[in-house]
Design a protein around this ligand. Structure first.
Ligand SMILES: [Fe+2]
Length: 520
């Protein structure tokens, strides 16, 4: 027992739940660690003069309170210009509060723009791992290149985080944008969610989360993964959430089980707090009841304006009974919204005023209108949880791009657990190309996958605006320069066993002034 450990609480038996955890994980949890820094470190939400540094004290991560006594614990932090900390440029102390799961969020200021810094924490006689953050370039500065990663959808049960190990090794990355599904609330999804009748590779430790402590434990289990920790330590992250941070396909105050909104709000409040506690977010994203500020913007010099959306918190409920359905009248209502009025006005206004060469819209669910009917199907099938269930909202955005002559817009999306490259056209699947969309696959959700799923042959044939589909796991690297936006689809041959091999499956470029896809 270390000085900061506490006796294990009876609740751990409940946390383990009905599923049999792999022996290695059970052993990991049953021994209280000699360090409170078991969940790693992270940086995020950079600015030209700083960024957030994050950690969370958890000597016994999966037990109640993660093994921390219920009092404020001071945590020292330091930031250096070099990995060896011979030139420390800032240091201080921050309280890890029991109200916030003993998480620490420090908003650094006064740093130099456009360069890396290294950071670490000390508490309870132990030192954390070292993380590498990066400040943004000066506002408006002439910039030749931005390189970023798009990643997300990391169901712990479906596979290993090999993709995160590869992400940690990607050179010259300005930031990682996480499109959501950082945790999954479901347990034991298995087939048909996993292909080929596969069983989960590893198990969630508990049943579905509802309370704050449930969600804290779920984040702790995910954050114990060393590959995920390496990706956090290597790059600054801009995080956004999608549905599984709370519940599958939630929409504002509605879940898919008909739970009364006042009751579902309690779950949203717990999940929102746990999300804030476990992410490198600024105070502007501090939870207030169920609300948390997830949509926000970032300017990388004169080259790239980024608009990170929140398409969950303010959307209308899914129409036509949700899921993959033929279109019904409710979907076509002209007042339907997927962002809500305030976020939509923020995006439209920002796009109109923006002066950067490129606009990057970080978006959760597919925007291009994809007809998902199977071969021989008689009528179009839409995914009502995507923008297809909100066609009026998509029409308003595309009208805004066309009428405002806003040309250099690239939408990057998650959610699908497949890679797609497509074009957002004025007439749906035909007409003037107004923007380009890349859908990034998943880190692990869905298991190994395959290159071209049989059902995608018909989808490619039925959707001329969709140029590429792949169903393997991985992430995307986007390299943005003055004369091209290059998008690389990185895929792994397998993730259910260690040693997955990474390859660039496909690359496209987009030219400024001419939205649409070119094979690289
Ligand atoms: Fe997902």
């Amino acid at each position: 027992m270390t000085p900061f450990s506490v006796p294990r609480r009876a609740v751990l038996g409940g946390l383990v739940g009905a599923v049999a955890a792999p022996a290695i994980l059970r052993a990991q949890s049953l021994a209280t660690s000699s360090t409170p820094f078991t969940l790693g470190v992270a940086s995020g939400d950079p600015s030209p003069d700083g960024f957030v540094i994050w950690t969370r004290l958890a000597p016994d991560p999966l037990s109640l309170h993660s093994g921390m006594p219920m009092r404020v614990q001071p945590v020292a932090w330091e930031v250096a210009e070099d990995e060896g900390f011979s030139h420390v440029v800032a240091r201080g102390e921050a309280p890890a509060r029991p109200e916030l799961g003993h998480s620490v969020h420090v908003e650094l200021t006064g740093l130099q723009p456009g360069r890396p810094y290294w950071y670490r924490f000390t508490a309870l006689g132990a030192q954390s791992a070292t993380g590498r953050g990066r400040t943004m370039p000066p506002a408006g500065a002439k910039l030749d290149r931005v390189r970023f990663i798009a990643a997300g959808c990391q169901n712990y049960e479906d596979g290993l985080y090999t993709a995160y190990r590869k992400i940690a090794e990607e050179p010259d990355i300005d930031f990682l944008w996480h499109y959501g599904d950082y945790i999954y609330e479901g347990t034991g999804m298995g087939p048909p969610h996993l292909s080929h009748g596969a069983l989960p590779v590893r198990r969630h430790w508990a049943d579905e989360p509802y309370s704050l402590d449930d969600y804290r434990a779920r984040y702790a289990q995910y954050r114990l993964d060393p590959d995920l920790q390496a990706a956090h330590a290597a790059h600054p992250w801009w995080v956004t959430w999608d549905d599984h941070e709370i519940d599958n396909n939630w929409a504002s105050r509605y879940d898919q089980d008909g739970t009364p909104p006042d009751v579902f709000d309690l779950r949203r409040q717990a999940a929102a707090q746990a999300y804030y506690e476990n992410m490198p977010l600024r105070m502007r994203s501090f939870p207030h009841g169920t609300a948390i500020q997830v949509f926000r913007e970032a300017a990388y010099g004169d080259l790239l304006d980024a608009w990170f959306l929140d398409t969950r918190q303010f959307r209308d409920d899914q129409p036509c009974g949700d899921n993959f359905k033929p279109v019904c009248a409710d979907a076509l209502r002209p007042d339907r919204t997927i962002m809500g009025a305030a976020e939509e006005a923020w995006l439209f206004d920002g796009l109109s005023k923006g002066r950067a060469r490129w606009n990057f819209i970080g978006n959760q669910v597919m925007m291009m209108p994809l007809d998902r009917r199977r071969a021989g199907g008689a009528e179009p099938i839409w995914n009502m949880d995507s923008w297809a269930g909100y066609p009026a909202a998509r029409r308003r955005l595309l009208d805004h791009l066309r009428d405002g002559r806003i040309r250099n817009v690239v939408v990057v999306t998650g959610d699908e657990h497949q890679n797609y490259a497509g074009e957002l056209r004025d007439g749906g699947d035909s007409g003037q190309v107004l923007a380009t969309e890349f859908v990034a696959t998943s880190i692990s959700s869905g298991g190994d996958g395959e290159d071209l799923r049989p059902d995608n042959v018909a989808i490619l044939a039925d959707n001329p605006h969709c140029r590429f589909i792949n169903s393997q796991r991985g992430y995307m690297v986007h390299e943005v320069s003055r004369d091209a936006w290059r998008a690389d689809f990185r895929v792994l041959d397998q993730i259910r066993k260690p040693g997955g091999q990474l390859a660039t499956r496909k690359s496209f470029t987009v030219e400024p002034g001419a939205p649409g896809l070119h094979l690289a």
